[in-house]
Write a protein that binds this ligand. Structure first.
Ligand code: 13P
Ligand code: ZN
Length: 281
């Protein structure tokens, strides 16, 4: 039987975190990722059937009891995941108590799940209600998107429309828009609750002056979602850095054309500008 370290899951997680690092979105220990695995998937390996230790978590996750997550460790650097996967990530099972997890593999130097694990688990709960195939929560610090949180009003509608206007791919990839919460202290249950509430309507939630939480059915899809959001944020930032006035961008009519062409279910509330004069934000 194959060992878990040789699995596609560990490989894909290491590659994804490495890509996040190489994009410059996860400096030092910035960012964290969790990937849900099924009991059948975990059962296919020779070394994932024993509880190595129990780790307390600061949130009652009993709703997820029995579920398995491969998750990055707190304080770990994404640039090291490829070389030290068994040290810097862990496979955990949420136990029946809900406030503890069983470590099945990894964290072999005594490590623990990310400090944002409550936010991950709360977001998984929200997204699983919307999408039974939900697998991944990804948190990272995409530079241009974070920069926009200093200059664009912190409203989900303003952010979504601004990003949609930068590139036709945007509304295709995130037709529901992006959710924006107020600035809050990271690593707390409060920011997790706010994020999870937004996750009922959005797969991308912007944390002002910090980063983004994104959800999806696979590592690739979730990564692609963040990439697309950040690409539009980069275009916006580049325009602003050019110092010029925005003379033209995608219009509401262009959004409608994309919705028709790609058969999108877009967020109706974001499809018309607010009453006040709206330029590009
Ligand atoms: P961790 O090292 O605990 O995963 O925290 C990184 C981070 O980005 C916090 O928001
Ligand atoms: Zn962070």
């Amino acid at each position: 039987m194959t060992k878990f370290i040789d699995s596609q899951y560990v490989h894909d997680m290491a590659q994804t975190t490495n890509n996040l690092y190489r994009h410059g979105w996860d400096e030092r220990n910035g960012g964290n990722v969790s990937l849900r695995l099924t009991a059948e998937e975990v059962g296919a390996f020779s070394d994932t059937d024993k509880v190595l230790r129990q780790i307390p978590i600061a949130f009652d996750a009993s709703e997820l009891a029995g579920k398995y997550y491969l998750v990055t460790g707190t304080g770990r650097y994404f640039k090291n995941m490829v070389e030290f996967p068994e040290r810097d990530m862990g496979l955990i099972r949420i136990n029946d108590k809900g406030n503890e997890v069983d470590l099945m593999w990894g964290f072999n130097d005594g490590g623990e799940p990310t400090s944002e694990f409550p936010s991950h688990l709360m977001s998984h709960i929200s997204r699983l209600k919307q999408d039974p195939n939900q697998r991944v929560i990804m948190h990272c610090h995409p530079t241009n998107l974070v920069a926009m949180t200093f200059t664009v009003p912190l409203s989900s509608k303003r952010f979504s429309r601004t990003l949609w206007k930068m590139h036709p791919e945007s509304i295709v990839v995130f037709p529901e828009g992006v959710g924006v919460i107020p600035y809050m202290c990271p690593g707390t249950n409060e920011i997790g609750e706010k994020t999870a509430a937004k996750m009922n309507d959005f797969r991308v939630v912007v944390w002002p002056h910090h980063g983004v939480f994104a959800a999806g059915d696979s590592l690739d899809e979730t990564y692609g979602l963040v990439e697309t959001v950040e690409k539009s944020a980069l275009i916006y930032t580049t325009i602003r850095a050019q110092g010029g006035e925005i003379l033209q961008s995608l219009t509401d009519k262009d959004f409608r054309d994309l919705i028709k062409r790609f058969d999108l279910t877009a967020n109706e509330a974001f499809l018309t500008p607010d009453a006040q004069t709206e330029t590009v934000e």
